[in-house]
Design a protein around this ligand. Structure first.
Ligand code: ASP
Length: 287
């Protein structure tokens, strides 16, 4: 309930100050609809919005170009403080998480682009490679937005669709984060010797899905929301410390899955819209 109520801003400036993407999207929707319905629509309003959009996209692009160096600097102290052994002891849980990421991407995304967008999954993943690599190194869905938009446009997604679906997806559609939270909750439970019942596992699935919706598309946000998942089944929140040391490595994979899911949605919605349009055209011609 809090997540639902929380998407509505109490004023139009606060979401921008707090960088609350979900509220920014709601505020933008309201402003967008208002622009559409005001009587004296002037070109200048649209041009202003577009110029501002281009300026911010460019600024973001310049900043995120430096991100691979930043990522390297972030991983160094983790290995230096805990020794390479920290990576070894957690290798199994990492492996499981990565297997789940890959399985999800290959099965769910391949099938959905094949069935709903009638596109070859090979082509989809090939064109998505630059965005996936960027997401992997930056661990930020929001930071990957400009590249993701380019890739989906190359895949034939309409700009109108991708510029709505991708920012929304970067904020609320996080399959990779939900997978990570599920895997880590089970791992933490087994570390504490707690065996989970089936209803508890179902609760983890539900809360991980909700927590992933509330997770911001920035590095490390999923780990913060993991606390909510652990609390929902009475697991000790301190357990997060067990995976915190290598969260960056989990994050790289889950962000890659997150942005690929957003792109598949954009491609699918575009294809469905085109089919609808074609049907309408055909009906109009036959009438
Ligand atoms: N880093 C992820 C993303 O940007 C969010 C998370 O930490 O799970 O998609």
């Amino acid at each position: 309930m809090d997540t639902l109520v929380g998407i509505f801003p109490s004023n139009f400036l606060k979401p921008f100050v707090d960088a609350n993407m979900l509220q920014i999207i709601v505020a933008s929707l309201i402003i967008g609809f208002a622009l559409l319905v005001i009587e004296k629509r002037r070109e200048v309003e649209y041009t202003l919005v577009e110029v501002l959009n281009d300026v911010f996209m460019k600024a973001m692009e310049m900043i995120v170009k430096l991100s691979p160096i930043g990522v390297f600097c972030l991983i160094c102290p983790v290995v230096a403080e805990n020794g390479p052994a920290v990576l070894g002891s957690l290798a199994k849980v990492l492996l499981i998480a990565y297997l789940a990421y890959i399985l999800h991407a290959v099965v769910v995304y391949s099938l959905s682009v094949r069935v709903a967008a009638r596109m070859s999954p090979l082509r989809f993943f090939k064109e998505m490679l630059p965005a996936m690599m960027f997401a992997f190194s930056s661990a930020s869905s929001v930071g990957t937005l400009p590249i993701n938009m380019e890739c989906t446009e190359k895949l034939g997604a309409d700009k109108d669709v991708s510029s709505f679906v991708l920012p929304l997806g970067a904020t609320i559609n996080m399959d990779g984060t939900a997978i990570y939270q599920g895997v880590c909750a089970i791992f933490i439970a087994s570390c504490y010797g707690i065996s989970l019942s089936f209803p508890q596992m179902l609760t983890i699935v539900l809360t991980a899905t909700l927590a992933s919706i509330g997770t911001a598309g920035v590095p490390g946000a999923g780990m913060v929301m993991l606390a909510m998942v652990l609390q929902s089944v009475g697991l000790p929140v301190e357990g997060i410390a067990l995976v915190a040391g290598i969260d960056r490595i989990f994050d790289m994979g889950r962000t890659t899955v997150n942005i690929t899911g957003d792109a598949s949605c954009a491609v699918i919605v575009s294809a469905m819209e085109r089919r609808k349009q074609a049907k309408r055209e055909a009906a109009r011609q036959s009438a």
